[in-house]
Design a protein around this ligand. Structure first.
Ligand code: RAM
Length: 359
């Protein structure tokens, strides 16, 4: 009997080691339920705080995962959460939501900004009411801290290297981005330009154009089709957006094109499109659920006086991770001091199916 139990224990350990959590470092953390018996890190005031998250837009599964992480972390801290998905990826749609949250008197807002500047006065009005503002995913003026999913240059480097590798080191590639004013995509694009200009290894890559699908599926389909028509020599499409990469990979697949697709994709949307002999040999992302969680932790760190958002400060989140505030990077459009959640993680034919179950 003892032998059978010992065997079962070993079997369980092996199975656990094979799960997504054992993916090669740096693996994005899988969402975790709070351990039983673990005290809730309830806010000092007894838990009557309300935090809101404003995503880039409705209908984007990446944004939905991010919002769910925010809700889960807020609930674990005893904080009420409000989720707002604006009608489209515009600043106007977000300003409407910000104004209504100010009227409701929430205590904190985390926003994935659709514009680098246009939200500033609405956010300032919120701050004048004592509402704490952090940005996540995409930064904007008017926030106290940017919760950055991964270092800008780390993301740009994997995008450039994907283009280099998938093109065989030379030839044409194009970028299919989100909106033309999206801070996060523009930061990665600016950093890609710098990386390519600064290394002769990339001298034979030709970046033919950057087009914008506005994180709308139809627009991204249309832009991909135009790329395939306008650039018959194109080798790679790099899409630094989960909406864009899925649209591009689907079009390439439907048309039987040889163009390869690289970029940032949500595993659950990219199953069947990522892997050997598929349009996207591999792609990168981070854990959107964890990103939302960390934004809730950051808002609470402000409320509890654990940080004022000044560069050099550190705070430890309820998940045990310590975040250190680092400087803004205005040269790539990140105007607020920031904390970095993790690193881009690679998904390929070997791990896409298991990660698709997580996010
Ligand atoms: C899309 C959005 C989001 C970005 C991801 C990678 O869902 O544009 O802002 O971070 O892609």
């Amino acid at each position: 009997m003892k032998k059978i139990i010992a065997l079962l224990v070993v079997l369980m350990m092996v199975l656990a080691a094979c799960g997504p959590g054992a993916a090669p470092a740096p693996a994005p953390a899988a969402p975790q339920a709070p351990a039983e018996g673990q005290a809730d890190p309830a806010p000092a005031d007894g838990g009557d705080l309300t935090f809101a998250i404003i995503t880039k837009s409705a209908g984007n599964p990446f944004m939905e995962r991010m919002a769910s992480g925010f809700e889960t972390a807020a609930a674990a801290m005893g904080i009420n959460a409000v989720v707002q998905h604006p009608v489209d990826t515009t600043a106007e749609a977000q300003i409407t939501v910000i104004n209504s949250l100010v009227a409701q008197g929430v205590d904190g807002i985390a926003v994935a900004a659709n514009d680098p500047n246009a939200l500033e006065s609405a956010l300032q009005a919120a701050r004048d009411q004592g509402i704490t503002i952090v940005t996540l995913d995409s930064d904007t003026a008017g926030s106290s801290m940017f919760v950055n999913q991964a270092g800008v240059f780390e993301v740009a480097q994997v995008l450039v290297d994907s283009a280099y590798d998938m093109s065989g080191g030379s030839g044409q590639f194009a970028v299919l981005s989100a909106t033309s004013v999206a801070t996060n995509q523009n930061a990665w694009i600016a950093a890609m330009e710098e990386i390519i200009a600064g290394d002769s290894r990339y001298a034979n890559l030709e970046w033919v154009t950057t087009v914008f699908g506005d994180d709308e599926l139809q627009r991204s389909f249309d832009e991909t089709q135009s790329l395939l028509i306008n650039f018959p020599e194109l080798r790679v499409i790099v899409a630094p957006t989960t909406v864009g990469i899925m649209a591009a990979a689907q079009v390439v697949m439907q048309q039987g094109s040889d163009v390869l697709v690289a970029g940032l994709g949500l595993p659950s949307e990219m199953v069947g499109l990522v892997g050997d002999d598929l349009p996207c040999p591999y792609m990168y992302l981070w854990n959107p659920i964890e990103l939302g969680e960390v934004a809730a932790y950051a808002l609470n760190a402000f409320k509890q006086g654990d940080t004022t958002g000044d560069v050099g400060q550190s705070f430890t989140a309820p998940n045990g991770n310590t975040f250190t505030v680092i400087a803004a990077a205005p040269e790539v459009g990140i105007v607020n001091a920031q904390i970095i959640v993790g690193l881009p993680f690679r998904f390929d034919g070997d791990n896409i199916a298991e990660w698709a179950l997580v996010y």
